[in-house]
Ligand binder design. Structure first.
Ligand code: GTP
Ligand code: MG
Length: 198
């Protein structure tokens, strides 16, 4: 699938405020600073669509982008941003929980994980919560341009093993880079194949 048109469709902090037009939604989440907004821009071929920043905690609301006038791509706030105070963290967690458990149009949640480190407890806990709620997800490893191929392959294998301690089978796992656009075709084709089933 190719994205020929991507436009900002609105920000919300609760599902009740999201765009009224009902279309299939594909959402992106992960730790703060993992590269969600950058990946969305890479997928859409537009560097300015979603705001990116070297400072974690940039995205604090749910942003809907209308794609090809037929589905929404959804940028969610990051989880686990340590520098927020407790109230700020709880509010972000509420925004995330409300969307992922309440949005009936969400077809799939892409969980982004930084390819440079072992999957952390915070990611594993988040995935476990998805399992408890029966929320379908796939995994995208981000920033795959930052390491050489051998180091990257070893890290991916370690992450597979960590995941398999918790899960009987793995969901689809994609490798991506918003710098080189690695993974873009695969991720978009996967979305395209799911769109044919809804
Ligand atoms: P929050 O909205 O704060 O949760 O962050 P985010 O997950 O949306 O991350 P964002 O896309 O803003 O990227 C964070 C930083 O990582 C920025 O400085 C990006 O330029 C950098 N970055 C993101 N993706 C990549 C990538 O694939 N390769 C490289 N080299 N840098 C990346
Ligand atoms: Mg962001």
């Amino acid at each position: 699938m190719k994205i020929s048109e991507a436009t900002f469709a609105g920000s919300s902090t609760r599902v009740s405020q999201k765009p009224k037009r009902t279309l299939p939604e594909f959402a992106f989440i992960g730790r703060s600073n993992v590269g969600k907004s950058s990946l969305i821009n890479s997928l859409c071929g537009n560097k300015k669509l979603a705001m990116t920043s070297a400072t974690p905690g940039k995205t604090k609301v749910v942003n809907h982008f209308l794609i090809n006038d037929s589905w929404y791509l959804v940028d969610l706030p990051g989880y686990g941003y340590a520098k927020l105070d407790r109230k700020g963290r709880e509010e972000l967690a509420a925004v995330i929980r409300d969307y992922i458990t309440g949005s009936e149009e969400m077809v799939l949640l892409f969980v982004l994980i930084d390819s440079r480190h072992d999957i952390g407890k915070i990611d594993l806990d988040f995935l476990a919560e998805l399992g408890e709620h029966g929320i379908p997800f796939a995994i995208i490893m981000t920033k795959c341009d930052k390491q050489g191929p051998n180091v990257l392959a070893a890290q991916l294998e370690r992450d597979r093993e960590i995941l398999l301690q918790q899960w009987e089978e793995l969901p689809p796992v994609f490798c991506s880079s918003s710098q080189t656009h690695q993974g873009r075709e695969e991720i978009l084709d996967y979305i395209g194949s799911l769109l044919e089933t809804v």
